[in-house]
Design a protein. Structure first.
Length: 237
């Protein structure tokens, strides 16, 4: 019994810290303290509140296809549902970032809060997604520019790649200003398109008949997609 008590006292003493005799648990807590202290020394805030509050979203490309596939009400409900999901994800990411302010955002969060293998998988999935999305967005920009100019697409591709590389290699402050400027431009375009759509729908363009709610009657608020009937309208949504 005395040996057991002595062993327990020795074991507990080995876990005591030098400050106040407080017990320090080994493992993940020490690692958390190290990561937090390390990033408190090296990690600095480079974006202001206005940079964070105005982050753009991809609405222009694909919106017409969504209306064609799902119908007016189906596309509206689809954007509302997906927007709610994205909003929840962003709020959750903000909470975790406030709890654990580390570099690499959710990649490090997955590594620390779940498992290093999860962080590894999330990081390479992010790289894989960027390898697919960036060329797609550059190609979409070329498609838009072809409406106004006859320049070869390679000129726009090279220009966008150089611009993207320059912004990515610049400081976080420059990146935030560029992102803020494009977000403001997108908001102006959205407001302009809403007003223009109202003018066209109400017959404000000479020589163009009034559209009104024509497409809410034919093909209707929901459009059948792949299947027919209610199931087809649900798939369109």
């Amino acid at each position: 019994m005395a040996d057991d008590v002595q062993h327990k006292d020795g074991a507990s003493a080995s876990h005591r810290g030098v400050d106040g005799g407080q017990q320090i648990l080994p493992g993940r807590i020490e690692e958390a303290d190290f990561v937090t202290r390390n990033e408190e020394e090296d990690l600095k805030r480079g974006l202001s509140q206005r940079h964070i509050s105005l982050q753009g979203t991809g609405l222009f490309l694909g919106l017409g296809g969504s209306i064609t596939t799902a119908g007016p009400l189906g596309s509206l409900l689809g954007y509302a549902v997906i927007g709610l999901i994205v909003c929840c994800v962003q709020y959750a990411l903000g909470e975790v970032t406030a709890l654990l302010p580390v570099t690499s955002s959710f990649v490090r969060h997955a590594e620390f809060l779940i498992d290093p293998a999860a962080g590894f998988a999330v990081g390479y999935n992010l790289v894989y997604g960027n390898f697919l999305s960036i060329p797609t967005e550059i190609s979409a920009i070329c498609v838009l520019f072809q409406y106004w100019t006859d320049l070869n697409s390679s000129v726009w591709i090279i220009a966008i790649i150089v611009l993207t590389f320059a912004v990515g290699m610049s400081s976080i402050r420059v990146y935030g200003e560029v992102e803020f400027g494009f977000a403001l431009l997108k908001i102006v375009f959205i407001i302009f398109l809403i007003l223009l759509g109202l003018v066209i729908d109400l017959g404000g363009v000479p020589g163009t008949p009034r559209i009104g709610f024509r497409y809410w009657k034919s093909p209707g608020p929901f459009v059948e997609y792949i299947a027919t009937g209610s199931w087809g309208r649900f798939l369109g949504f």
